[in-house]
Design a protein around this ligand. Structure first.
Ligand SMILES: *[C@@H]1O[C@H](CO)[C@@H](O)[C@H](O)[C@H]1NC(C)=O
Ligand SMILES: *[C@@H]1O[C@H](CO)[C@@H](O)[C@H](O)[C@H]1NC(C)=O
Ligand SMILES: *[C@@H]1O[C@H](CO)[C@@H](O)[C@H](O)[C@H]1NC(C)=O
Ligand SMILES: *[C@@H]1O[C@H](CO)[C@@H](O)[C@H](O)[C@H]1NC(C)=O
Ligand SMILES: *[C@@H]1O[C@H](CO)[C@@H](O)[C@H](O)[C@H]1NC(C)=O
Length: 335
């Protein structure tokens, strides 16, 4: 693992609320549910949308003042983009499936697509192909272990699995109380949800060996966890450690090089920062810029180092309608 990132040392921690400047990168029309975001090597952001047929993947330029948004690709046989992860330099795996709040229960099918941006990020230069079809699996969080293996959470089945993208074969690598959902709780029975792999090399290139850490959230249990894994097989090498609990509805998460997690809390309308020392802080934005956050990802270029991008669905009124269209927001943690 690399030394702790410099910007974390500059983070101002004021009790439970973290100082940060919050800027809207892009606001989609109402309703739009931004389900997942990923940052590319040159700073553009991929944003996957839930609830359109066919499912949509957009690309945004967070440095442009004119809020540039481009529909990059639409995916057949699906109404939602779930996890997005870079598994080779400039090549992203995108999970597309069907979402239904009432019937989804782990018996669906999922497709994983490869979106190759190495020739550019316009709809014409992106090369898209299907790389895996997974019957009887529903992918939510997705994280590359290496260039041939992806890990994913099946929130409905309540487990974490790995899939070999050359053969399409998949198997459960973790299924225990930390990944399970609590069917006696809220109606939406979602267990293990967000997923990230923390390794020394931010972009997987080959089967590196050694160990890594798997971070995940569990929506129904309101917790964030991590477990050391074998970086070659993805299998846990120790006990699952609970990083925080009592968080309420948690969604996807970002992890810094020093192991700090930033977890999106859809209902609380904020991001919770969880240090390895157990310290917890919250970012919500002074003017409620973040509503219904689903995902968080760190900037990767020198221009947005220390910036956490947050995707959201716009929040819900008491009557259950969307307050506004989904957004991508930039949270600068270095202020
Ligand atoms: C965006 O706006 C800021 C402030 O108005 C300005 O300083 C900056 O140069 C602009 N950037 C671009 C890419 O136009
Ligand atoms: C999942 O939902 C489908 C459609 O509602 C239903 O046919 C199936 O029996 C359910 N499966 C389980 C394991 O609950
Ligand atoms: C999603 O639902 C549509 C319509 O029911 C169906 O045609 C399609 O095969 C489903 N996709 C997957 C990945 O299961
Ligand atoms: C990234 O590169 C592509 C060309 O490959 C360009 O279209 C896009 O605007 C770039 N993004 C940023 C944020 O510079
Ligand atoms: C499951 O949900 C029920 C009802 O909300 C709650 O009483 C129980 O403590 C939950 N179990 C776990 C393991 O969180």
């Amino acid at each position: 693992m690399r030394p702790a990132s410099l910007y974390l040392a500059a983070l101002i921690h004021t009790g439970t609320s973290l100082a940060a400047s919050v800027r809207i990168v892009h606001q989609f029309p109402n309703p739009t549910w931004v389900e997942n975001i990923a940052s590319t090597r040159n700073g553009s952001l991929l944003a996957g949308i839930l609830g359109t047929t066919p499912a949509q993947l957009h690309i945004l330029d967070p440095f442009s003042n004119t809020s540039q948004d481009t529909l990059l690709h639409t995916f057949p046989y699906s109404n939602a983009i779930f996890g997005i992860t870079e598994y080779k330099t400039d090549v992203f795996a995108v999970a597309a499936g069907n979402f239904s709040a009432t019937t989804a229960n782990g018996t669906g099918d999922a497709n994983i697509w490869s979106v190759d941006l190495s020739r550019g990020t316009s709809p014409n230069s992106a090369k898209v192909k299907k790389i895996a079809y997974l019957p009887r699996a529903q992918i939510n969080g997705l994280a590359a272990l290496d260039s041939e293996t992806l890990l994913f959470t099946d929130s409905w089945a309540g487990n974490i699995r790995k899939v070999d993208i050359r053969t399409g074969k998949y198997e459960v690598i973790l299924q225990d109380a930390s990944t399970a959902h609590n069917v006696s709780g809220v109606p939406l029975s979602l267990g293990a949800n967000g997923l990230k792999v923390l390794r020394s090399d931010p972009v997987p290139s080959s089967r590196a060996g050694g160990s890594a850490f798997l971070y995940f959230s569990n929506l129904q249990l309101g917790g964030a966890y991590r477990v050391q894994i074998d970086a070659r097989t993805g299998r846990p090498q120790g006990r699952v450690v609970m990083l925080a609990t009592g968080l309420g509805e948690v969604d996807d998460l970002a992890v810094t090089e020093d192991g700090t997690a930033f977890v999106a809390r859809d209902e609380a309308n904020d991001i919770v920062r969880i240090g390895l020392d157990g310290e917890v802080g919250f970012v919500s934005g002074e003017h409620k810029e973040i509503q219904g956050p689903t995902s968080a990802v760190l900037g990767r270029t020198y221009r947005d180092r220390g910036v956490l991008y947050v995707g959201d669905y716009g929040g819900l009124t008491a009557e259950g309608s969307y307050i506004r269209g989904g957004r991508v927001t930039a949270v600068d943690l270095t202020v």
